[in-house]
Structures are given as structure tokens and as C-alpha cells.
Design a binder for this molecule. Structure first.
Ligand SMILES: [Zn+2]
Ligand SMILES: [Zn+2]
Length: 580
């Protein structure tokens, strides 16, 4: 080979390398700003509230996650492996010096719900979102709507009228699922140089969760935070589906995800090292809204404060300031070049500032006002750009409704008795081939020796879930339900369970359902037909005139396979309610 030819090859190679370096340089995301001069605050701890491990579809063990959290400087992680709430949560523990709290992410048919502080559930938590939200609250948990605007329809939250406790205003997994192939290809290149910045390069300000949060906050308290939804993997299927273990790459790693952003929880007292006590304090602060999110890949460390006062009364982000008088609101963040603050009242911007500090006078008002703050930085990724810091609201007002009032139950103006006194002849059993059901007249748990009820002894076939069910079925006669608006009955069960009350059209087989909790304490229950939801693809509204039977169904949605038990039902009536 001649010397000139060798030289030409070397020059070409060098030029090629230079071109690659230039290209990478050109597409690198902006480097995170380093904020200096902030003293560490022992009352503010950094952590993550939505993480998957190998127990569900993550790629690391609990210890891997804790070690990654430690390397990223987090003090706590809340594990939220997919589940139905029936696994005993691990007790809180310090691993690698990081407080690890076990929680669960529950799949409903209308989105995913992260439940913190939930005791072991007595039956499977699943099915309709309204039932799961109700169950999590009843079992003492704090429920957060996960990835509410996921590009994947199955994962998106459907019902914003439900009394959920919190919302992920940002979910890192969702933010990447709507990214095009070009964005992902770019990330696969830049990840090796600026990993946390690359993780956030696909983020936007997700407007829908913010809008829903601001709307719902006007009638009750809802806490907002960002979820990592860290699985440490992406896959090549649609929406970068992370579910296929064989075909996925373990990116971004847990540590990088944790370095990209984290939530900050303000505590009343520093962590003690006693995991049980610290976990309780941490969860109490999160549920109180004493938590904000900062995107560290934009600038770090972050500091944020949002306060209000009126006379001698004071409040911080997450708190109520229950006054009808005027109040002063003040917020500030770490001074970073270009930082701007935006104060929103009931979702609308009422003040903004480029000084890292905002002050606003709230005029005396009888209406509730909900204020929250976002901090922005120039060059943040996304359209619209993802905020740097998002805090929780301060609620100012003389009376702060916290929950939607329960609708009043109208009295019945007419009724037809379907079953009373343990009339077993009315009922028959339907079941899958390997499950069982038996009907008997038994002393009613509520009758104190003065009457019988229909006892239904069921057993779902053990093994995998494969459509096992056992149902107590009664005909409703000619004309179906057209004259009636609801079903009322007395019920009890030997252990808490969810039973699906259904009506069926005999010609099409279509069914509609409303699930109710039946437990050892006897209860009078009501199921309104207009409240029933279609099973599978049944049409709505229900053709009440075509219905021929009412079913009480025990199935694998809420009942574990292999479970056997007894439920008692009686005083079953069709009713017509007075117009509300
Ligand atoms: Zn999820
Ligand atoms: Zn998740």
C-alpha cells in the first residue's frame, strides 16, 4: 500500500470520527445545571414513589434497586410491583442505607392505581376503577392515579370523577411511550454521554394530568407528584413496551432514572434509622401533600418553598388555610440563571416572576381558592416544556369540601319481592365445569334465630385463573326489569369478598354488572341498574325489558382461585325509586 493511500485512509477515518463526534455533540441534551451554595436540609428527603422490581416486570432485585437509589443519592424508594393487594407487603427496611417501602400497583379495567400504605387485602383488588378506588380507601391505603395520560389506551385513566387521593402529573414511562423512533434512536446514542439528561429529553409538560388535577382540586384534596415507573428496560414492541424480557434492553438503568428526577418529601423531624417509624412519617408527609418534584437533569440540587399566611395562621404546600380573610402567598426556589416561577389559582396563572421568588396577595373571598406553583427553566425539553419543579397546592377558603357528597338514596315507591325467608326454590347455580356451588336454606346471620336466608356455598377450582366462576341465579319473570330501577337485598359472607351483581339478556347473553363488597357484617345493599357497567362488549344502556335473570357471581376478578366460602342473601327485591 502506498504511503499516500495510507495517509488518505487515516485522514478519512479521522474526518469520519470528527463527524460522528460533532453529530453526537449536536444532538446531546443540555447538561444539567449545578446549583451551588445550598446547605443540605435534613428535613427534606429525596426518593422515588413508583418502581418495579423482578417481582413484577422490572429487571432488578429489591437490593439492586436500593443500591441504585443510594448511588443516585436517594434516601427512600417506594416499590410498586404489579399486584392485586393480596400479597403481604414486606415490612419497611433500610437496604444499602435507603429506606425501602413496599406498596403495590393495581390494574383496573380503566387504568392503573398505585396504593401506598395498604394492608393485605382480603380479596383480589381488581375490576372497575370505582371498586378499586373504594377498596384502597376502605383498606386504609392512599391511592395515586398512575400514568393518567399513557399513550397506551389500556393504561390510561378513564374516570376522573372517582375519589382518588393522588395523581402522577408526570410518569417517565408514559413520557417515553409517545416518543417516535427518531427520539429513541437519538436517546440510545446520547445516553452514554449524558444519561439523566437523556432520560428527561423525551419529557413534555403533560397538560391533561395537570388540567384534571387543577379541576378536581377545586372540590377536594388531590396530591400531585411524578412517578419514575422504573422498570429499567425498554423493548421494541409498540410504544416501547417494556414487558417482553427476552427482547428488551435494560435502559435506562434504575440509577440513571433516579438521577434524572426525584420527589422531595418534607418531614416534621429527621429520619431516625428505625424503618417502621420512618416509613410511617414519610407516608404521612406524602399523603399530607408535603412533597414536590424536581427534575434534577435540568438543575440540581433543587430547593423549593411555598407558604401562605393570614393573620397568625400559616400554611405550607399541601396544607389548608381555612380563612375567609385575605392572605399572602410566597414561593421561592434555588436561584438558577433563567428560572421563572408561575403561580396558578384554580389552574389559571395569576402571578409570574423571573427572580426565583413570587409573592401574591389573595383577596378575601368566600370561595375556595387552590394555589400551586411551577418553576421553569430555559432550554427544558418538550412541547410545552416540562417544568423543573412542581409543588403541591395550598387550599385557601372558609370551607373546604374534601369529598363529593354521597348521593342521597331515594325511598322506594314500589317493590316486588323476589326472595324472602330463605326461599331456595327460586335459585339455581351456574358455574364452570370444575368449580362448585350449592344452595341451602340456613339460619340468616342477621336474623338472631328468627328466619332463614339463602346460603350459597361456592368453591372456585384451584390453579391458574381460567374463567372460574360460581353464580347464584334467579329469574325475574316476564317483562324483565322494565318497571324497576334497582335491586335491594340483605347479604353477609363468611369472609370479606366482592360479588358481581349482574343482569342478563337471555337472547344475546349480554350481561351488565355492579360489584358490591359483602362481608361478615350483614348489610342492606342496593344496586341501581343505571349504575351497572357493561360486561365485555354488552351495549348500553341496558335493555331492561329484555332481562330475564339476576345473578350473584363469584369469579376470579376479585376471588382467588381455590377459595371456598359461603355467602348469605335474602330479602331480594326489585324496587322503583322515587325520582330524586
Ligand atoms: Zn402501570
Ligand atoms: Zn408501574
Amino acid at each position: 500500500m502506498s504511503r499516500t493511500r495510507t495517509a488518505r485512509i487515516i485522514v478519512t477515518l479521522l474526518l469520519g470520527c470528527a463527524a460522528v463526534v460533532l453529530l453526537v455533540w449536536a444532538i446531546l441534551p443540555q447538561r444539567a445545571l449545578v446549583v451551588s451554595g445550598l446547605a443540605p436540609d435534613p428535613l427534606t428527603v429525596r426518593g422515588s414513589v413508583h418502581v418495579h422490581t423482578l417481582r413484577s416486570d422490572g429487571t432488578g432485585t429489591v437490593d439492586d434497586v436500593a443500591a441504585a437509589a443510594r448511588r443516585a443519592g436517594l434516601q427512600f424508594v417506594v416499590l410498586t410491583d404489579h399486584g392485586d393487594g393480596t400479597r403481604d407487603p414486606d415490612p419497611p427496611a433500610y437496604r444499602s442505607g435507603v429506606l425501602v417501602i413496599d406498596a403495590v400497583e393495581i390494574s383496573t379495567v380503566g387504568g392503573h392505581y398505585v396504593a401506598l400504605g395498604l394492608a393485605r387485602a382480603p380479596y383480589r383488588l381488581a375490576g372497575e376503577p370505582r371498586d378499586v378506588v373504594e377498596d384502597v380507601a376502605r383498606l386504609g391505603g392512599f391511592g395515586i392515579v398512575a400514568h393518567p395520560d399513557s399513550p397506551k389506551v389500556d393504561l390510561r385513566w378513564r374516570d376522573w370523577t372517582l375519589p382518588f387521593d393522588g395523581i402522577e402529573w408526570l410518569n417517565a414511562d408514559s413520557e417515553w411511550r409517545n416518543e417516535g423512533s427518531l427520539g429513541v434512536a437519538r436517546a440510545l446514542v446520547t445516553y452514554w454521554w449524558r444519561s439523566p439528561e437523556t432520560v428527561t429529553a423525551g419529557f413534555d409538560r403533560p397538560d391533561t394530568p395537570f388540567a384534571e388535577w387543577d379541576t378536581v382540586s377545586q372540590y377536594r384534596r388531590v396530591i400531585g407528584l411524578a412517578g419514575h415507573d422504573a422498570h429499567a428496560r425498554i423493548g421494541p414492541r409498540g410504544n416501547w413496551e417494556p414487558a417482553d424480557r427476552d427482547l428488551s434492553v435494560q435502559l435506562p438503568g434504575y440509577e440513571v432514572a433516579f438521577r434524572a428526577f426525584a420527589v422531595r418529601v418534607s418531614l416534621e423531624a429527621p429520619l431516625t434509622g428505625d424503618a417502621g417509624r420512618d416509613a410511617a412519617a414519610l407516608l404521612a408527609s406524602i399523603t399530607a401533600g408535603h412533597v414536590y418534584t424536581a427534575i434534577d437533569a435540568l438543575a440540581s440540587p433543587a430547593s423549593f418553598s411555598f407558604r401562605a399566611h393570614s393573620g397568625t395562621r400559616r400554611a405550607s404546600a399541601g396544607d389548608d388555610l381555612p380563612v375567609a380573610d385575605s392572605a399572602i402567598l410566597e414561593a421561592d426556589v434555588a436561584r438558577v440563571p433563567g428560572v421563572s416561577l408561575v403561580l396558578r389559582r384554580n389552574g389559571r396563572v395569576v402571578a409570574a416572576s423571573d427572580s426565583g421568588r413570587v409573592r401574591f396577595e389573595h383577596a378575601a373571598s368566600r370561595a375556595t381558592a387552590v394555589y400551586r406553583v411551577e418553576a421553569k427553566l430555559p432550554g427544558a425539553p418538550g412541547t410545552p416544556p416540562v417544568p423543573w419543579i412542581v409543588g403541591n397546592p395550598i387550599f385557601i377558603g372558609p370551607s373546604l369540601p374534601r369529598l363529593r357528597p354521597k348521593p342521597r338514596v331515594s325511598p322506594a315507591v314500589d317493590a316486588e319481592v323476589l326472595c324472602e325467608g330463605g326461599d331456595v326454590a327460586r335459585w339455581r347455580v351456574e358455574r364452570d365445569a370444575a368449580s362448585s356451588g350449592r344452595i341451602a336454606a340456613q339460619e340468616a346471620p342477621w336474623a338472631m334465630g328468627h328466619g332463614e336466608a339463602v346460603a350459597f356455598e361456592y368453591a372456585l377450582r384451584p390453579g391458574d385463573r381460567a374463567g372460574q366462576y360460581a353464580a347464584l341465579v334467579t329469574p325475574v319473570g316476564q317483562g324483565g326489569l322494565s318497571a324497576w330501577t334497582r335491586l335491594s337485598f340483605k347479604a353477609a359472607a363468611d369472609a370479606p369478598m366482592r360479588v358481581s351483581v349482574q343482569v342478563r339478556n337471555p337472547r344475546s347473553g349480554a350481561r351488565w354488572q355492579r360489584s358490591v363488597v359483602i362481608d361478615p357484617r350483614p348489610q342492606d345493599l342496593l344496586v341501581t341498574f343505571a349504575d351497572m357497567a357493561a360486561v365485555d362488549e354488552a351495549p348500553v344502556p341496558i335493555p331492561l325489558g329484555d332481562i330475564d335473570s339476576v345473578l350473584f357471581v363469584v369469579d376470579t376478578t376479585n376471588t382467588p382461585t381455590g377459595r371456598r366460602g359461603t355467602l348469605w342473601i335474602d330479602d331480594v327485591r326489585l324496587e322503583r325509586a322515587a325520582a330524586p
